[in-house]
Ligand binder design. Structure first.
Ligand SMILES: *Cc1c(COP(=O)(O)O)cnc(C)c1O
Length: 370
């Protein structure tokens, strides 16, 4: 009955990733496109997701940590990679020698890259802070940083391949202000003698809705995995197909009487006799406990409510009169086009965003690929 499938499975459809990337790349029309595969490819598996995205037309890969970039190289992926968030004591040398572009957000990082003494010239992409108040060179530091970068470039100690920033998606006005700020950075960089080939600002949301932010490259994260970055448009409406299906199998079925409590704290009691299916997935597997009392799952082509608290290892589904047996497949989320809940539904039930639903799938859940 189980077809040899793992009990806890995040099944990833790699053709969905390739097709999503192809669609987004075509729509953006930029000369370059970066697939963002940080956080283990948003939980989908960084290396398989990266290969699928490259097949779909991405020509760059983006990660947060140097270690994530090096792991791509160890997996045999030779495509251009940019890493942008660093340990304050980072040793850039192994990454430089692996041909990974270093995203530089501070003057200290610029010096550390120039001093890395790596075999081969480091390529950096300067990250400028344009409103998120997070990572990036502050506007006050731009003139000095650009002058210094140009000097180091002329000295042959590094090459400035790119300049980039990130949008808040807070509102069109806020993004327009960030875009203005980014243009100012580009002008100052040019004044300092820098000629970065890759100017980039847009992630999935702006790649879809803000053509003026696309420049030379768009960075595609959530959209590549077939999920929408927007509250007001579903993946399906954007022509994207969710790549991940989280599924398991019914581990036990029991009948309960009216008045029986279910799971910790008895937050739900049966009003009438019913049948319950036990599903061996819990919050340790990334199923959000906050969705208790709201969530639904799909068993045998039908949706059924989750009852009581979602526990660490298991959750309980009220299947009523439906013909549900031990071993039946349970879909927690997947492509809603097939009638199952989507990652967006879980995000709503848990008061979070779809990004968090897929990236938090835990280590007991086996990723499988088709
Ligand atoms: C995570 C990240 C992205 C991807 O954003 P999505 O909304 O998932 O497309 C792009 N750029 C940077 C700098 C990021 O940190």
């Amino acid at each position: 009955m189980n077809d040899g499938r793992p009990l806890r499975e995040a099944a990833v459809d790699l053709s969905a990733i390739a097709e999503n990337v192809a669609r987004l790349v075509r729509a953006a029309g930029t000369p370059h496109a970066m697939a963002v595969v940080k956080a283990d490819g948003y939980g989908h598996g960084a290396a398989p997701a990266a290969r699928a995205a490259l097949e779909g037309g991405a020509d760059w890969l983006g990660v947060a940590d140097l270690a994530e970039g090096l792991a791509l190289r160890e997996a045999g992926i030779g495509a251009p990679v940019l890493a942008w968030l660093h340990d304050p004591d980072a040793d850039f040398r192994p990454a430089i020698e692996a041909g990974i572009d270093i995203g530089v957000s501070t003057l200290d990082q610029l010096e550390a890259v120039a001093d890395a003494d790596a075999a081969g010239p480091p390529a950096v992409q300067l990250k400028v802070e344009t409103g998120l108040s997070r990572n990036g060179l502050s506007p006050a530091d731009w003139p000095a940083a650009f002058e210094r970068a140009a000097l180091l470039e002329r000295a042959g100690l590094l090459r400035v391949r790119g300049i980039f920033s990130h949008l808040s998606n807070a509102s069109p006005e806020d993004d327009a202000a960030a875009l203005d700020s980014f243009r100012t950075a580009l002008t100052l960089a040019a004044d300092a003698g820098l000629e970065p080939q890759l100017r980039h600002l847009a992630s999935t949301a702006a790649a879809i809705r803000r053509p003026e932010t696309r420049f030379d490259l768009v960075r595609l994260g959530i959209g590549a995995y077939g999920l929408s970055p927007f509250g007001d448009a579903s993946a399906g409406e954007l022509g994207l197909r969710p790549a991940m299906t989280l599924r398991s199998r019914v581990a036990a079925v029991r009948e309960i009487d009216a008045g029986a409590g279910v799971s910790y704290d008895y937050t739900w009691r049966a009003e009438a006799p019913t049948r319950l299916a036990l599903v061996p997935l819990g919050y340790a597997d990334g199923v959000p406990r906050a969705a208790s009392g709201r969530a639904e799952v799909q068993i045998g082509g039908r949706r059924h409510p989750v009852r009581g608290r979602i526990a660490m290892d298991q959750l309980v589904v009220d299947v009523g009169e439906s013909a549900v047996s031990v071993g039946d497949q349970v879909v927690l989320f997947g492509d809603p086009a097939s009638g199952c809940p989507g990652a967006d539904d879980w995000a709503d039930w848990a008061g979070t965003i779809n990004y968090e639903i897929v990236t938090r799938i835990g280590p007991r859940v086996q990723r499988t690929y088709s």
